[in-house]
Design a protein around this ligand. Structure first.
Ligand SMILES: [Zn+2]
Length: 417
């Protein structure tokens, strides 16, 4: 069987035929070059307008990398024609196997992009003996195509979240769709300012924004402001996990201060190694942490009281009626305000201030999946942290859309992966 026969079966181009194949490269880098010729009497397609046009001249041969097999790299060798188009002037013809000035064939780019969902970009480059840059370009192509072809109808719930990236206080704002049955990353923007989220709503469009029924976010002021302005009709819900995260941060602060103070005053360092015992839910503790917690509970420490307040607050989420939940919230806040633990008091103040939004949680229960944002947050952090080798915001953006956007891909007649 000839190579031509195989290629015609998996990747046939109208108006072009495969010619001879030659070995190039050495035994360490076995490579095949397969010639491509235009069918005789066929006319090239103008890359400007897509019409068939009379020929003008021919350019030098170019190589386009195709999907490797059996450890052999494959290149298509073709000398592109230039066409004389009445509308566009003299243009290089459109070649069905590659877009623009890309050195990779479209199929190879899709192939690499798909592997880049399973492996890091660097691993893909090594596995297929290509460069990081080629992998990046491929993923970029797949993401751009996916963004153009995704379905943006029927979005009724979104979650707004931020992640820290790079060093220092650089943030990205991420907007997810969190409808039952459709959860994906919709949008990414630099920073977490009013402007950032305004840009989302602008690109999302007025009509779609007006159709939103639920929006989930944390208590970050710029977000609250923009959401109130742009999607006033939606029920705005606070993420449970963001509230818990805030409390954990407060406990951390209390514990660190208290531990320092105890050492300074010559007490036993009972708070040593207690961090996770105080932060984790009791059901998730290890044996060591359980013992540690039991020990701590015997002392009348601020850290312990803060911990108990946090644990008590878990009952808030168990209520069914917003009215009863509201009563519980008020009681909890009063108690916490009397605790003399400043970081916890600050939380009580914030919760009081946003009482209506907190109670919206009960109105949205069962209609949105509130845990989804937390899951996405973890995945997003992992994606940006993974050694993709990207330094620029653009690369991070492409990586996040690729990993979390659930973007559609090109369907080909032959499946290469
Ligand atoms: Zn044209």
């Amino acid at each position: 069987m000839q190579l031509k026969t195989i290629l015609n079966r998996i990747q046939k181009f109208n108006s072009f035929v495969y010619g001879t194949a030659h070995w190039v490269g050495d035994e360490h880098n076995p490579t095949l070059e397969v010639e491509i010729h235009p069918r005789s009497n066929s006319r090239g397609i103008c890359s400007g307008c897509g019409k068939r046009c009379p020929g003008y001249d021919r350019l030098a041969q170019r190589l386009f990398e195709f999907i490797p097999f059996w450890g052999i790299r494959i290149f298509f060798a073709y000398a592109p024609r230039r066409v004389n188009c009445k509308r566009c002037g003299i243009h290089v013809e459109k070649m069905p196997w590659a877009s623009g000035k890309h050195q990779l064939t479209d199929n190879y780019a899709w192939f690499l992009a798909n592997w880049a969902k399973k492996l890091s970009w660097k691993e893909v480059a090594v596995a297929f003996r290509t460069t990081w840059d080629h992998v990046f370009k491929s993923v970029e192509m797949a993401v751009n195509w996916g963004l153009e072809h995704r379905n943006m109808t029927g979005i009724s719930s979104i979650g707004v979240d931020e992640i820290q990236w790079q060093k220092g206080h650089n943030y990205l704002t991420l907007v997810y769709q969190i409808d039952e049955g459709c959860r994906r990353l919709l949008w990414i923007g630099e920073k977490r300012t009013v402007r950032t989220l305004l840009r989302f709503f602008r690109s999302f469009g007025r009509e779609r924004s007006q159709e939103l029924r639920f929006i989930c976010s944390d208590m970050w002021k710029p977000y609250l402001k923009v959401i109130a302005k742009k999607a006033n009709q939606a029920v705005h819900v606070f993420d449970r996990y963001h509230v818990v995260a805030k409390m954990n941060k407060a406990i951390d602060e209390v514990r660190a201060q208290e531990a320092k103070k105890m050492v300074a005053e010559g007490y036993d360092p009972v708070l040593k190694k207690s961090r996770w015992a105080l932060l984790k839910r009791p059901e998730n503790l290890t044996e060591f942490q359980e013992t540690k917690l039991a020990e701590l509970l015997q002392y009348n420490l601020k850290s312990v009281r803060a911990y108990l307040l946090k644990e008590e607050f878990q009952f808030f989420w168990e209520y069914w009626s917003p009215a009863w939940a509201g009563k519980f919230l008020d009681k909890w806040c009063t108690k916490t305000m009397r605790s003399k633990i400043e970081p916890m008091k600050a939380i009580a103040k914030t919760l009081r201030k946003h009482r209506p939004l907190l109670l919206n949680w009960f109105r949205a229960r069962g209609q949105i999946s509130t845990g989804v944002v937390e899951g996405f947050n973890n995945k997003a952090k992992l994606t940006t942290r993974k050694a993709y080798g990207f330094k620029t915001y653009h690369a991070a953006e492409i990586a996040l859309y690729h990993a979390l956007g659930d973007l559609p891909g090109l369907k080909t007649t032959h499946r290469f992966f």
